[in-house]
Design a protein around this ligand. Structure first.
Ligand code: COI
Length: 379
């Protein structure tokens, strides 16, 4: 209710440790395995609302075994990245999108919502304190992981009377262990990630754990990730760690079409997905020209089936396919295991196809700040 205190960055308390660390050599960075010196914690309770934000040394949380997150998965998270520029400036990429989405996720599972601008201020302070941890190598960044959990000490199912928001930071390189090379996907028809009316469009912890066994099974068959196919038509949805894009060449008109499945409630509304669509749409209207994309392109958010992809692969009208996500950035796909066979996807030289390469350059330029844009926010 409105009498509760909202999150207030001016109440920040800092308990810092002394020696700022630096990331390990990038060759030994495994995605999400290394954390910086500090974390941000903000408690919430139903009586007074958001409490004192605290930046303190990274370390274990004290949680009672009864608390609701441990039983009913009352947990949501976000992922965004901080980049260090040549001149030492540190920037975040479209962080307002993450703050908005986190509130949408919180509301979906009855966790408390908060003032996103205030959380962003606190995240900026945390990153400033640990900025020596931001890797400098191309393709590397500081992954920011805001998390919100229900901490009510009771095993009844209901909206929690206590919650904890925390933010941790991790220096990262490529998400997939094979680096920036194309990934293979296993078209999964025996499990579902999301269903109509379910939670697939929200960034909830509960969407991820059930995908681990299918992912292990896909890995045993030699594929990097699952491609979640929906319904008897085997609609492409997403990968779970990234949204999907397919590029076709229309055989009659000869034009390129960039397709991604629509946000139908089963697909995570990715910030990278939105950015790719926005760049491609600007290129298609002529509002902006994506350098290195020689032709106009039709941009479609529309359903796409495996039958369509398979047919295009066989008749030569499939141009490329790629995943897009904060962790994955732009990851080309080179094959999809489907009903016992591989559907082969064309890849360009050194992996990327013509559309993904051109968009990737524009996107990464804006992420790192090399291409100035209002998507890049200085901390
Ligand atoms: C991201 O891209 O940030 C994700 O959340 C994907 C994954 C690490 C769960």
């Amino acid at each position: 209710s409105s009498s509760l205190a909202d999150l207030d960055s001016s109440r920040l308390e800092i308990v810092s440790n002394t020696n700022p660390g630096t990331p390990p050599p990038s060759s030994s960075l495994k995605f999400g395995h290394t954390f910086t010196d500090h974390m941000l914690t903000i408690p919430w309770n139903v009586v007074s609302g958001w409490g004192t934000p605290r930046i303190q040394p990274y370390g274990p949380l004290a949680l009672e075994p009864s608390c609701t997150v441990l039983h009913y998965a009352q947990t949501i998270f976000e992922g965004l990245k901080a980049y260090r520029q040549e001149n030492g400036k540190v920037t975040l990429f479209r962080p307002d999108m993450n703050m908005k989405r986190m509130n949408t996720s919180a509301q979906r599972i009855a966790l408390p919502t908060f003032n996103g601008e205030e959380l962003l201020e606190l995240i900026k302070k945390l990153i400033q304190i640990d900025k020596s941890w931001i890797p400098k190598e191309p393709g590397h960044s500081l992954y920011v992981r805001p998390t919100l959990i229900g901490t009510q000490k009771a095993v009844g199912v209901g909206p929690p009377n206590e919650a904890l928001l925390f933010v941790i930071l991790s220096p990262v390189g490529p998400y997939y262990p094979n680096g920036f090379k194309p990934v293979s996907l296993y078209g999964t028809t025996e499990y579902v990630r999301a269903s109509p009316g379910g939670t697939g469009a929200f960034k909830l912890g509960v969407n991820y754990a059930p995908g681990i066994l299918p992912q292990k099974q896909a890995a045993d068959l030699g594929y990097a990730q699952n491609l979640w196919l929906h319904g008897p038509e085997h609609y492409l949805t997403e990968v779970g760690t990234m949204n999907l894009f397919v590029v076709f060449r229309d055989p009659s008109s000869g034009t390129l079409e960039l397709v991604t499945p629509p946000l139908d409630g089963m697909i995570l509304p990715g910030v990278t997905r939105n950015s790719v669509l926005s760049l491609a749409r600007q290129h298609s209207t002529g509002e902006y020209t994506v350098a290195e994309l020689p032709e106009k392109i039709k941009v479609s958010e529309r359903p796409v089936t495996m039958a369509e992809v398979k047919e295009a692969s066989e008749n030569g009208t499939l141009v490329e396919m790629f995943g897009a996500g904060t962790a994955a950035v732009i990851s080309p796909v080179d094959r999809i295991g489907y009903l016992g066979k591989d559907v082969l996807i064309p890849t360009g030289k050194d992996g990327m196809g013509p559309v993904s390469r051109a968009i990737w350059k524009e996107l990464v330029g804006r992420q790192t700040g090399e291409i100035p844009s209002d998507w890049s926010v200085e901390i």
